[in-house]
Design a protein around this ligand. Structure first.
Ligand code: ZN
Length: 411
């Protein structure tokens, strides 16, 4: 989806602020002699920013307004030790709450709801994002924070919470505890806003049935405000994101080239309005695709697919980038195979080979099925895998997608 004229205008405002502030990106632009962009092509030539740049700016190098305008910082930890600090102006905080309010509204949540918030409060953006959005909406926030399941369940019943905000694993735990205690009849929950983790359709169904609620996927990352920059709708067909606040591209993770709508790649985000720490073409390392066409719900906000992993999951086979999510998508078109699969990549006789194991029941012609899957992979991704069909129940079960890919090339 090309960047619009209106979005370009906003980007130019951010470029100006970054150059004036002289932060890492401002310096990059100055070195490249760029002071504005006027076409989608020019925009696509802007340099990327990455988490490494943000770490190097520690502690306050990202600050792009005079300090008296900063009202808060948040931080994402990361695994390497040096945290990333994101400064927010009052307007940034308000914009974030506005986006979050829109998320709640998209999920059909109203001022009459009582929203129990279980993500953590503190340096990171989770709990407080859910909180400000709920207040902006006019709903009643119940700021529990994480853990203490006993108290969570007590409040859930006594306060008559109608919405639960949590990670998928905590929602699953709550569903199990509620069932164990036989208190389902005392629970008034009707919706769940679930963020921050990958989860499969099976887990989704268990939570949804266990709590008797409708679930929505919320998307976001601390570097770009926090959770709340997008959410799934009742159609449960991808995540609407707010293109009046962010511009989103999908790029090939190895070449950085922008990919056409529909193709899987890395999510790259540009903030259009952020003041405290604007980011241009920030590489999230999240893996998704833009879903072409309009959503059945009628909303005009564009959609990305559920984030199915990190770009680190990418496999390069015979020079072609492949993601587990692409294989899954193809397998979904074959109703005769189960949801389990395994990918093994090896290097034989100087060539990369992908073996794809799928399961089906005994009534299906294995040879014919394997040929049909192989030719679909060839036509959609560009190489032919060796497809091995096995009986249902033979493959190991795992909730984690990455465990399904075994790369034997570097053993
Ligand atoms: Zn929709």
């Amino acid at each position: 989806m090309d960047i619009t004229g209106k979005q370009l205008e906003l980007v130019n405002g951010r470029i100006k602020a970054l150059i004036e502030a002289g932060s890492f990106y401002g310096k990059k632009l100055r070195e490249a002699g760029i002071s504005s962009v006027s076409t989608p092509e020019e925009f696509r030539r802007l340099p990327f920013s990455d988490k490494k740049d943000l770490r190097e700016a520690y502690p306050l190098g990202l600050m792009s307004v005079p300090e008296e305008r900063i009202v808060r910082i948040h931080s994402s930890s990361g695994t390497t030790g040096v945290p990333v600090i994101i400064p927010y102006t009052a307007k940034d905080v308000d914009d974030w709450a506005e986006m979050f309010k829109r998320c709640y509204e998209t999920a059909g949540i109203t001022a009459k709801d009582r929203i129990q918030i279980t993500p953590g409060y503190g340096l990171w953006t989770a709990g407080i994002g859910f909180q400000y959005g709920a207040e902006k909406l006019g709903a009643m926030a119940i700021p529990m924070g994480p853990g203490n399941t006993e108290k969570q369940l007590q409040f859930m019943q006594d306060m008559g919470s109608t919405v639960i905000c949590s990670t998928s694993s905590y929602a699953l735990l709550l569903a199990e505890e509620i069932q164990k205690r036989g208190i389902r009849d005392n629970i008034k929950l009707r919706k769940g806003v679930i963020g921050s983790e990958r989860w499969g359709p099976k887990m989704r169904e268990t939570i949804s049935n266990g709590l008797g609620i409708q679930l929505y996927d919320i998307y976001g990352l601390t570097e770009i405000y926090g959770p709340g920059i997008g959410i799934s709708c009742d159609e449960n067909d991808g995540i609407h994101y707010w293109d009046d606040y962010i511009y989103l591209e999908i790029v090939d993770p190895s070449t950085g080239e922008v990919l056409p709508d529909g193709q899987w790649g890395e999510v790259v985000i540009t903030t259009l309005l952020k003041e405290g720490a604007p980011l241009i073409r920030y590489r999230t390392h999240d893996l998704s695709r833009i879903i072409p066409g309009k959503c059945r719900c009628g909303r005009c906000y564009p959609r990305i697919d559920t984030v199915t992993g990190r770009t680190d999951d990418m496999m390069k086979i015979k020079g072609v980038n492949v993601f587990p999510a692409q294989i899954e998508e193809i397998l979904r078109d074959f109703p005769e195979v189960s949801s389990e699969y395994q990918i093994r990549i090896s290097h034989l006789d100087g060539k990369d080979t992908m073996r794809l194991y799928v399961e089906t029941n005994g009534t299906v012609d294995f040879v014919d099925l394997s040929k049909r899957i192989a030719s679909t992979v060839k036509s959609r991704i560009g190489f032919t895998p060796l497809v091995k069909v096995v009986e249902n129940g033979v493959l190991p079960r795992s909730e984690k997608k990455t465990a399904r890919v075994i790369d034997e090339r570097y053993d």
